[in-house]
Ligand binder design. Structure first.
Ligand code: ADP
Ligand code: MG
Length: 465
């Protein structure tokens, strides 16, 4: 069934025998949290996957996840640890919303996009919460925001509009906002490149390409998220190219997001790249302090408003959180949720030293980052096979990622240099030292390197999706 169709994930964590009985745990939740909280929240959580040291739990919506994380995460972890001591972390996956539970987000009602009978509709949903009103303007996103709005006023003037930037900087939010703005008057299609591929493959298997083509080509606004996903996938690129061209021919507006600029998309056909770059390319950069603070304050207001409760974070604390979260806005919101959760549990106004402790807690999760995980994420990031990255070959496109992986292994795990060397196909520890030195130097000298490493780090630290 579709809803169980998750991304291939975490192959780098060896899966243990399943030992947990979810029903039993649910019973414990009921006892701990009381019937009311249990039935509104905990009961709706499902067990998706069990690993040796962490669990992936399924929740119906993003909002649900944020709520659970901010209020109950610590207690949930404590409870599941009673059943399996080795657990030290919980991740959440958003899975299809139960139709009977529409009081949280009435997606069904709000979405009147295209009338498609099949499952594509499920992935063509716009999230009403990601709109222009709650997208906060700052120096780093000003241009992207203003052109996203202009596109809505003048369809086809900037075509395609291509928005690029690192993980968690607001690309999906902007794309979604454009979709919301335009959906009442246009046939809006909003899909991630990954879902696009999923439907493409499904249509090939079902021998139903005609419908597939029709379906995507009838939209007047075509929004596709995370286009970098098509790198290295030839037949998908071919299909995308045709879709793209026929949409452009009939004057449809196309909006694209990616984690890098068109010209930096390796393993994508040149003709596609130049098509992508043929309209307007806008960049979102890392947020500055002011934007981070504005986002924190806005989020606090939102939470207060929604749950009618008073949240007191003094300015020092807001400054502290904004300063701590270096890489992206998603992480910033995650940290804020934890801090709010803590202040609720302890029922007091927090000071900076409390926050420091909470963050220590969050960052201690870094310990569970393994060399395996780093190797996998790095090889995925650079789109090279893991076996090549570990091999003895010395060409630059393999050697650099290998060195980056060694560098991160040193920085983010507690492994010693010889141990790291062994895990890289039995290399000597001096090779690791050399790698760490080289990358440390490049990190300071080369902006591109710095950006890559920061992005990989946030991928490693990301807890969801
Ligand atoms: P990306 O698609 O670039 O990885 P997202 O659009 O998913 O990033 O953004 C990550 C999170 O940060 C989302 O919760 C989003 O709503 C929030 N966010 C990002 N930028 C802003 C902004 N300028 N104002 C408010 N929220 C933002
Ligand atoms: Mg995104």
């Amino acid at each position: 069934m579709e809803k169980n169709n998750f991304k291939k994930q975490n192959a780098y964590v060896s899966e243990e025998e399943k030992t947990l009985d979810w029903n039993e745990i649910q019973t414990a939740f009921k006892k701990t949290f009381g019937t009311e909280i249990y039935t509104s929240w905990l009961q709706k959580i499902s067990l998706v996957k069990e690993y040796n040291d962490y669990l992936i739990l399924g929740v119906p919506t993003r909002f649900f996840r944020d709520w659970i994380v901010s209020r109950y995460l610590d207690k949930i972890l404590e409870q599941v640890k009673n059943f399996k001591l080795s657990l030290n972390r919980i991740e959440f996956k958003i899975i299809e919303e139960d139709k009977s539970n529409t009081d949280l987000i009435k997606i069904e009602e709000i979405n009147k996009i295209t009338e498609i009978k099949d499952s594509i509709l499920n992935y063509n949903r716009l999230n009403p919460k990601l709109n222009f009103n709650n997208f906060i303007k700052g120096k780093s996103n000003d241009i992207a925001l203003s052109y996203s709005k202009k596109v809505c006023e003048h369809l086809s003037r900037y075509n395609p509009l291509y928005i690029c930037g690192g993980v968690g900087l607001g690309k999906t939010h902007l794309l979604n906002a454009i979709g919301l703005e335009l959906q009442s008057e246009n046939n809006v299609m909003f899909i991630s490149a990954e879902r696009f591929m999923y439907h493409f493959i499904k249509s090939i298997k079902k021998n139903d390409m005609v419908n597939f083509k029709d379906f995507f080509r009838k939209s007047s606004v075509f929004i596709i998220d995370d286009i970098q996903f098509i790198r290295g996938k030839e037949s998908l690129q071919e299909e995308f190219f045709h879709t793209f061209n026929s949409l452009m021919d009939k004057g449809s507006q196309i909006i694209i997001s990616a984690d890098r600029s068109p010209m930096k998309l390796d393993r994508i056909q040149e003709r596609i790249k130049s098509r992508l770059a043929g309209g307007l390319v806008v960049d979102i950069e890392s947020p500055d302090l002011e934007l981070k603070k504005n986002i924190i304050n806005k989020k606090i207001l939102e939470i207060q408003d929604q749950f009618k409760e008073n949240i007191n974070l003094n300015e020092d604390v807001v400054n502290f959180i904004a300063n701590e979260s270096k890489t992206n806005i998603r992480e910033l919101i995650g940290i804020l949720n934890r801090v709010i959760a803590f202040s609720r549990v302890n029922n007091k106004e927090l000071v900076v030293s409390d926050c420091r402790n909470i963050l220590k807690d969050i960052f201690s999760q870094i310990k569970v980052i393994t060399v395996d995980k780093i190797q996998n994420v790095v090889s995925n990031y650079f789109n090279i096979p893991l076996s090549d990255m570990l091999s003895q070959r010395r060409s630059r496109p393999l050697a650099r990622p290998r060195q980056i992986a060694m560098y991160l292994a040193k920085k983010m795990t507690t492994r010693s240099l010889p141990e790291i060397g062994r895990r890289f196909a039995n290399r000597d520890h001096t090779t690791v030292i050399h790698a760490v030195k080289t990358i440390t130097r490049l990190f300071d000298q080369d902006d591109e390197m710095k950006k890559n490493i920061n992005q990989i780090k946030s991928l490693l630290l990301e807890q969801h999706q």
